[in-house]
Design a protein around this ligand. Structure first.
Ligand code: SER
Length: 853
């Protein structure tokens, strides 16, 4: 059964039992449930019904609920079973049926709907604790359904007592396990903890409410809450070793394989990365579709963390950070039918993930540079906890990357020091959220008053010889510094602050931020060598490449503003902007969306102005004169009597305090990436220039090509399937004629063409059917350089004394492999297809041997 079929069969069964199928609630819990950040179980959206605080739409409900659990986030990838996001199938009764029916439904679904072998099902029940008796009713019920008492085991709290959180609805539960056979671990039942037994369904008898003091009181009614992890069920029913091998996950793994050129199942480290991409890719798509946005707190931070982890693992596979946004496509494809919100918000999801990945990529590359410095500085010793912490805190650089790089250089990391600083920071942020950043801004304002205003010389220059006029340590390894003259642009008018370096004979520091205080400014620096006391002569140097990109984006913003007014009318007013080295964003007043053709025209107009390579200049003038000269801009807001007017190529004049390129040609290619609503009554355009624009266009082209290639591949697969189906059918007819009668069975041994084990099995099934009740079929096939062998026996052949498992155990070693199975069916794979004929001869000898019957 495919994952979708399992989901549908489950819901359909419970609908037939009078349940209302309710759609999955959002991953973001209702506002009145502050107990969790994200939905963790199917019962969660129904909590108020269990508590009797609201009345349910129906007393019997069933759902497939989107869930997210963070407790194992760091395990994901390392194992073949941990997931963050998963789907939970459940059936619920609010004061309607209770234990008897819940257990009966669980049994019927397991054995009839899913066709699980009753002999392989194990049960656990609650053994009791002070105040709550052992669950003898559940025991009796299971025994009445035919489960032998020795396959029912008792466990205590927490295994068999379920609670959604420290307080709230809870109760004893009974769990269903599947025995996967001796290959997976020792016997002893689920209570032994052996991996051989896989839990697949939890039935909770929700009858208590736990108070804040830990006491249990009865709920208004006795309820049922069950949960079955869909992914795990799929792995069981598809008989594959892990959730990542199920039909639902294969396309995600395949996407990551295709993008990276690495194959799953070859290398443990690659596998970890591929699994992280599959799980996190799915999780981030669902989270973003439910409106979660990457950030620093709560569920926003969860999203940020998984995007970042995916980016790191993508890096391991040699993929670009932005590539992780591509994972959204196979997720939408695979789950869009069951969860339509994915399709509706596909574009938005991509943007959210792409932007976060891109931002993290910048952080990472800055961090890498710093890391290289740290490693060099630490040569022969160990990396200080402070350095590891700074990398993490300022650059978002994960500790494992620092550990890895340090390890490569033969260095240790003071992990204890790192942890201590992390703890201290957590305490600080608990003591007063936000106080840190405000504190620095206050300090900057105080420092500004200590010396004459800084003269800003950065409109044309990116370097200046100057002097420190005031300085103050901040106690976190950074300091505030004021300069006499400064080439550093301090954030304002949408343009971000410059970063760079200050160096003199006494010391050297990295400039990480610049505060604008009216016409004055203060820099935040991180000291790297020596000291920068007041009076020190220094050279201040702006990070020129970053500045150049920022300037190109700033001038492009002016040209865009002009083109918008030309096409949409002079009513267009700037409502906000962001101008950074990475991109530009322009918010403007306009009704309704800008049609694609108009956007294209705007983009073309900007590129034409770029081509014309017009000069860009500026002048300071009286405000009235500026207005008269037709300059546009926020006259009322923040400018004094004298204003700065930037003239771009003679066609646009704008009030602006920012820095610009000197000719429009320096902008390079210009590309609009998106147009949408800001949510605040304005429209927003995001655009790229220069190499970023080229890279974007190239990526779009690659995607298009990948889509085309994927389509071709699908067609190819369909054709191959068609061919296989045809050839399989003809094979069966002629092959069946080769069967021989021997010792009361109709034996057929043959080598056939099959693409994989599934197909070989299917052919053997068809042959078995056409040969009747005494069929004994052994088939071999060579596929992908491997040997596949199947023994498939009809009941009459088993009665005649043949055992499929024994046959396979005998012949598998001949092809260099192993395998096994039951009496009726067994299969094996081997490394050596050239010895298939020999193996089949051996099988023939067994089938036709004298069995004395
Ligand atoms: N609430 C229970 C669980 O999460 C059953 O749905 O396992």
């Amino acid at each position: 059964m495919t994952t979708s079929e399992i989901r549908a069969a489950f819901l359909r069964y419970f609908e037939r039992q009078g349940h209302l199928a309710i759609p999955s609630a959002s991953l973001v819990p209702f506002e009145d449930d502050p107990s969790v950040l994200l939905t963790i179980a199917g019962m969660q959206p129904l909590k108020s019904y269990f508590l009797g605080a609201a009345s349910p739409p129906a007393p019997r409900m069933t759902s497939s609920q989107k869930c997210f659990r963070t407790n194992d986030i760091d395990q994901v990838g390392h194992t073949a079973r941990h997931l963050t996001f998963f789907e939970m199938l459940g059936n619920f009764s609010i004061g309607d049926y209770f234990k008897d029916d819940a257990i009966r439904f669980g049994w019927e679904v397991s054995t009839e709907v899913f066709g699980l072998d009753p002999e392989r099902i194990w049960i656990t029940i609650f053994e009791g604790m002070p105040g709550v008796p052992a669950d003898e009713e559940a025991f009796e019920r299971w025994v009445a359904l035919g489960v032998p008492p020795e396959r029912i085991q008792r466990l205590g709290d927490p295994d068999n007592f379920w609670k959604a959180g420290p307080t709230g609805p809870c109760g004893p539960n009974t769990e269903l396990y599947l025995d996967r056979g001796e290959a997976f671990g020792p016997p002893g039942g689920p209570a032994s903890g052996s991996d051989r037994y896989l839990e697949y369904w939890n039935l909770v008898f929700m009858q208590y409410d736990r108070g804040p003091d830990g006491s249990l009181s009865g709920l208004p009614a006795k309820n049922i809450d069950t949960g079955a992890g869909l992914e795990r069920l799929a792995a069981i029913l598809q008989d594959v070793p892990s959730v990542f091998d199920t039909d639902a996950f294969r396309p995600l793994i395949a996407w990551a394989e295709g993008a990276s050129g690495r194959a799953y199942g070859r290398d443990a480290r690659d596998d970890r990365a591929l699994r992280v991409l599959a799980d996190h890719g799915r999780a981030m798509t669902f989270l973003a579709a439910d409106g979660v946005r990457p950030g620093n707190e709560g569920r926003d931070y969860i999203l940020r963390r998984i995007v970042r982890r995916a980016v790191s693992e993508a890096g391991h596979l040699g993929l670009e950070p932005e590539a992780v946004a591509g994972l959204a496509a196979p997720v939408v494809e695979g789950w869009g039918d069951a969860y339509p919100e994915l399709r509706e918000r596909a574009a938005e999801v991509r943007d959210v993930i792409g932007a976060e990945a891109e931002q993290f990529a910048r952080t990472l590359s800055q961090g890498r540079r710093l890391l290289a410095e740290v490693i060099e500085r630490s040569a022969g010793g160990r990396v200080r906890g402070e350095d590891a912490f700074r990398l993490h805190d300022t650059y978002g650089f994960p500790l494992d990357l620092t550990l890895e790089a340090a390890g490569d250089a033969g260095l240790e990391v003071d992990a204890e020091g790192f942890e201590r600083l992390m703890r201290e920071q957590r305490e600080r942020s608990r003591a007063g959220a936000g106080a840190g950043a405000d504190g620095v801004a206050d300090g900057a304002a105080a420092l500004a008053r200590e010396a004459a205003p800084t003269e800003f010389v950065g409109w044309d220059a990116t370097t200046a010889d100057t002097r420190v006029t005031a300085a103050a340590e901040l106690g976190d390894g950074t300091a505030l510094v004021k300069l006499e003259r400064s080439p550093f642009y301090a954030e304002g008018g949408g343009q971000v602050s410059d970063v760079g370096e200050i160096a003199g004979s006494e010391g050297r520091a990295r400039v990480i931020d610049a505060f604008r205080l009216g016409d004055d400014q203060v820099l935040r620096v991180r000291l790297q060598e020596g000291a920068l006391p007041v009076g020190a002569e220094v050279t201040a140097t702006v990070d020129a490449a970053r500045r150049r990109q920022t300037q190109a984006n700033h001038t492009a913003t002016h040209v865009l503003n002009w083109a918008l007014r030309e096409t949409l009318g002079a009513g267009v007013r700037q409502a906000g902007s962001y101008v950074g080295p990475d991109k530009l964003r322009f918010d403007f007043t306009h009704r309704g969306r800008v049609p694609a053709e108009t956007l294209e025209r705007i983009e073309r107009m900007v590129n034409e102005r770029v081509d014309q390579d017009r000069p860009v200049g500026w002048r300071i003038m009286g405000r009235e004169d500026a207005a008269e000269a037709g300059a546009i801009g926020l006259f009322e807001e923040k400018y004094g009597e004298r204003v700065r007017v930037v003239d771009t190529g003679g066609f646009s004049k704008e009030l602006c305090g920012g820095t610009h390129v000197s000719r429009t040609g320096e902008i390079g290619p210009f590309a609009i990436v998106s147009e949408g609503s800001t949510g605040a009554g304005a429209r927003r355009i995001e655009a790229l220039t220069g190499t970023a624009a080229l890279a974007y266009l190239r990526e779009r082209e690659r995607e298009l090509q990948a889509e085309l290639a994927a389509r071709d591949e699908r067609i190819r697969q369909l054709q191959a399937e068609l061919k296989r189906a045809k050839s399989a059918r003809t094979d069966v007819g002629s092959l069946a004629g080769d069967a021989v009668e021997a010792g009361g069975v109709r034996a057929l041994v043959a080598q056939v063409e099959a693409a994989d084990m599934d197909e070989l099995l299917a052919i053997s099934d068809r042959l078995k059917q056409s040969l009747g009740d005494t069929a004994a079929v052994v088939l071999g096939a060579a596929s992908d350089g491997k040997a596949l062998v199947v023994a498939n026996l009809a009941p009459g052949a088993v009665a005649a004394g043949l055992k499929a498992g024994a046959i396979i155990r005998e012949v598998a070693p001949i092809v260099g492999g192993g395998g096994g199975g039951k009496d009726a069916m067994a299969r094996a794979g081997g490394r050596d297809p050239s010895r298939l004929p020999e193996a089949l001869d051996a099988a023939r000898a067994i089938l036709t041997a004298d069995r004395g019957s």
